[in-house]
Design a protein around this ligand. Structure first.
Ligand code: ATP
Ligand code: MG
Length: 393
């Protein structure tokens, strides 16, 4: 039996002139993801990408899972490929889907005929295969309106393909087509989800993490690196810049009014992140901010924080409820790591009464006691760059 994956393109089909570039990028990304699971041919025909194992050594289960993490694919079908004859198609359905079908109450056959040379049209093909299946599985009723199971048959250029219901793909646009952005990655639930969402728009990611040893522990840093690693499953390999932030936090605590601690700290994060982002060729920053979630995420506070940065700052979670964010974190596999109980530098020196409606002028005055440039330079010099990828080779 010959198994093959058919991956259906998502939004790419809406692209005009540069559609070819998107398709080429997507094919390249798929090749990279499946390479470690064996030798595959990856080719595109009629808005569908074929992932075809070249020999029996391929690990199809792993390759299938990997294809499910590639942005740019709307839906995916794992198929049995067979000759374009009725007998071969029928035998293919029985062999590949028979067990599944026989457990169901009702079924229908849905056919597509992309190869117009094929002698039957799609309705005739469905009727023919459906009729034979009804005889072979008399306990499973035919129900064309509301079937328990749908058998799909696609007759295409090279072969006929038989499969069960399609599975959703990762959606979005191919990684690499949307430029590059830097994610401010904390150890919480929100920022990995924010990064994933921007990554899904075809953007390559880098991460910046602020680390306040000894106020935050080595384990907290390991947790953030693990979150970055989990993100790479979807977003591709990245670098995490771990910035030593202790000195800045201590300077703020010593010289600034307490109610502005968090805001001033966040302005430093933005300044430093922007510098690191520019070094990596990034054109935007990404944060997990969410309107009203904490004192530093009011409109006034976010205006004050964003004022130190020229590049766009994306906060893809801005209008979401926590429950919605948690659902995505669970789906992409970051939730369990995010909820490990290690401290973040944001929780060190938290003011008892943070300003929720600051003005820029107030914060600039509160900050005036610090040599901002020197502190930023020193933190940049005290940054560790760590390459992160999904698999340890
Ligand atoms: P998260 O769940 O991602 O930690 P949060 O809701 O706890 O977010 P804050 O702690 O106020 O919110 O941080 C808001 C955003 O600032 C985070 O989503 C992240 O993008 C960034 N951030 C916070 N702490 C750090 C850090 N130590 N290093 C890098 N970025 C950070
Ligand atoms: Mg946090």
């Amino acid at each position: 039996m010959k198994e093959i994956f058919l991956l259906k393109l998502g939004e790419i089909v809406l692209k005009g002139q540069n559609r070819r570039a998107f398709e080429a990028c997507l094919k390249g990304n798929i090749r990279k993801r499946v390479r470690r699971f064996g030798e595959f041919d990856v080719y595109l025909k009629q808005s569908t990408i074929y992932v075809e194992p070249k020999n029996d050594d391929c690990d199809l289960d792993e390759a299938w899972e990997a294809c499910g993490t590639v942005f740019g694919i709307a839906s995916m079908c794992r198929c049995h490929a067979c000759e374009k004859t009725l007998d071969a198609i029928f035998d293919g359905v029985v062999e590949y889907l028979g067990d599944e079908l026989s457990m169901r109450r009702s079924f229908k056959v849905e056919s597509k005929r992309a190869d117009k040379q094929f002698p039957l049209n799609s309705i005739q093909l469905s009727q023919e295969i459906g009729g034979r299946l009804a005889e072979a599985y008399p306990h499973v009723a035919v129900d064309v309106h509301n079937p328990d199971y749908t058998v799909h048959v696609e007759v295409r250029d090279y072969a006929a393909y038989v499969h069960g219901p399609a599975q959703p793909g990762a959606g979005g646009l191919p990684t690499g087509m949307g430029g590059r952005a830097a994610v401010l990655l904390s150890g919480g639930i929100d920022s990995p989800v924010a990064g994933y969402m921007i990554g899904k728009r075809g953007v390559e990611l880098e991460c910046v993490h602020f680390f306040s040893y000894p106020y935050t522990s080595e384990r907290a840093k390991e947790k953030v690196l693990e979150l970055a690693r989990l993100m790479t499953k979807y977003c591709g390999r990245m670098t995490v810049d771990v910035v030593g932030f202790t000195k800045i936090q201590e300077a703020i605590r010593e010289h600034c009014p307490e109610e502005y601690f968090t805001l001033i700290m966040r302005r430093f994060m933005m300044r430093i992140a922007q510098r690191i982002a520019a070094d990596h060729g990034c054109r935007a920053l990404v944060t997990g901010e969410n309107l009203g979630q904490v004192a530093s995420q009011t409109m006034e506070a976010m205006a004050v924080t964003g004022a130190v940065v020229d590049m766009p700052i994306f906060h893809p979670l801005i209008g979401m409820d926590k429950e919605e964010i948690v659902t995505i974190a669970r789906k992409i596999g970051t939730l369990e790591t995010s909820i490990l109980p290690y401290e973040d530098c944001c929780t060190v020196f938290t003011p008892r009464h943070p300003k929720t409606k600051p003005t820029l002028k107030q914060v600039e005055e509160a900050e005036a006691a610090l040599d901002v440039e020197a502190l930023v330079e020193e933190a940049l010099a005290n940054t560790e760059k760590i390459a992160v990828k999904y698999y340890e080779d």
